[in-house]
Design a protein around this ligand. Structure first.
Ligand code: TXA
Ligand code: MG
Length: 370
């Protein structure tokens, strides 16, 4: 039996209201403070509440309640060997889950929190094993979003929150995305509009005086360099997708196909925009010839006449592309696109996280055009 999910809309979001009829949800339009109080109470009673962060929507549960955490894995259909990030609203809450951070971690917290940086810290023994999938470290971050901070503060405990999507699908960047994936499976959703960053946090571990990036995000290697002797990438991230099976990533989530639309995504890269676009055009015609429904994501206004649907998902600016990526992939799903042809961003440091997500979402279907 599905449960009825409460949807707190603090602003009148037409998108959500217009689509609410088809989902098991109860819309509550009340002042923000009341919505937060209701949601926080449900969290402290073991409930599952989705809430906005600056990166993507998270599916929150008490990080100290094993039963609630089990429900998170069930609601998402998430493999149990993939640990969750604990979210805090002030530094005192750290003491409930992790050992005192070392100097590098402390300096990073001062510099980047609240913000999209998750730091692995030695976990305390009282923390339920399911949170960390039995690992000795817990990933912690302080999200930079007023609703998230207010909710965690009101609940008064660290809140575990994976992205609020069904496992494998693109992460949600609006409340409506969460409704589509999880209505009927979770207790509530706090609507806070669109997420500003659009892709998940940078996940790091600190090994002596070196920082290792386990999952790239908006905070780049360059941003982290002043805080450690060296900043490296988990070697797993540098491999082509086909090499992945031979290695074990430090962040277990990196080994799963992720962020993926239903259709087959192909991403085209290359120095010459003209050559890239003509290859995209050929791929499109091929897909049409075998009767596939197609979608094209471009970086400029070039028109692909053979596409069933096309969207300029951004210009080359990494910020815009990150914000738009998951929404664009979800639109492809809504349109039941079978072949998605995307123009890839420049392969540089600013676009590194984006390329990591595209690699996962496409299952490694990268085509380089000379
Ligand atoms: O921006 C974000 O990080 C979002 C928002 C909601 O805060 N959350 C998020 O959570 O993306 P999730 O569960 O979708 O991804 C967490 C990633 C996974 O790749 C997981 O394997 C890794 O972080 N991770 C979590 N705890 C870990 C740990 N103790 N050791 C190694 N990797 C860990
Ligand atoms: Mg996720």
């Amino acid at each position: 039996m599905p449960i009825v999910t409460k949807l707190w809309v603090t602003q009148l979001d037409h998108d959500v209201r217009d689509n609410s009829g088809t989902h098991p949800i109860e819309v509550r339009q009340i002042p923000t403070e009341q919505a937060i109080a209701q949601a926080a109470e449900m969290l402290s009673e073991g409930g599952l509440i989705a809430f906005p962060t600056e990166t993507v929507y998270g599916l929150g549960a008490s990080a100290l309640d094993a039963h609630a955490l089990t429900r998170v894995f069930e609601a998402k259909g998430r493999p149990q060997d993939n640990p969750l990030i604990a979210h805090i609203s002030d530094l005192q809450q750290l003491g409930q889950i992790a050992q005192v951070p070392n100097t590098i971690a402390q300096r990073l917290m001062e510099a980047f929190w609240p913000g999209p940086l998750s730091i692995l810290l030695p976990v305390l023994s009282n923390v339920p094993k399911i949170l960390t999938a039995g690992l000795d470290y817990v990933a912690v971050r302080m999200p930079d979003h007023p609703l998230a901070l207010a909710l965690i503060a009101k609940a008064g405990m660290p809140i575990a929150a994976p992205s609020a999507n069904v496992s494998g699908k693109p992460s949600p960047t609006t409340a409506l995305h969460v409704v589509g994936d999880l209505a009927g499976r979770i207790d509530g959703i706090l609507d806070g509009g669109s997420c500003e960053v659009g892709i998940e946090s940078t996940v790091i571990e600190i090994v002596e005086d070196t920082i290792v990036i386990l999952r790239p995000g908006k905070i780049t290697r360059q941003d982290l360099l002043p805080y450690a002797k060296a900043v490296l990438f988990d070697p797993y991230l540098k491999q082509g997708i086909e090499a992945h099976t031979a290695m074990t990533p430090r962040a277990p989530g990196q080994k799963y196909r992720h962020y993926a639309p239903q259709g087959q995504l192909n991403v085209f890269f290359g120095e010459s925009v003209h050559n890239v676009q003509s290859m995209m055009q050929s791929a499109l015609i091929q897909a049409k010839q075998v009767g596939k429904k197609t979608a094209v994501l471009t970086l400029d206004a070039h028109v692909f006449t053979h596409a069933d649907w096309q969207q300029q998902w951004g210009d080359e600016k990494a910020e815009t592309l990150m914000q738009q990526l998951y929404g664009a992939l979800r639109t492809c799903d809504d349109l039941r696109s079978e072949v998605i042809i995307a123009q890839g961003p420049p392969d540089d440091e600013q676009h590194h996280a984006l390329i990591n997500r595209l690699l996962k979402a496409s299952g490694g279907n990268f085509i380089t055009v000379s």
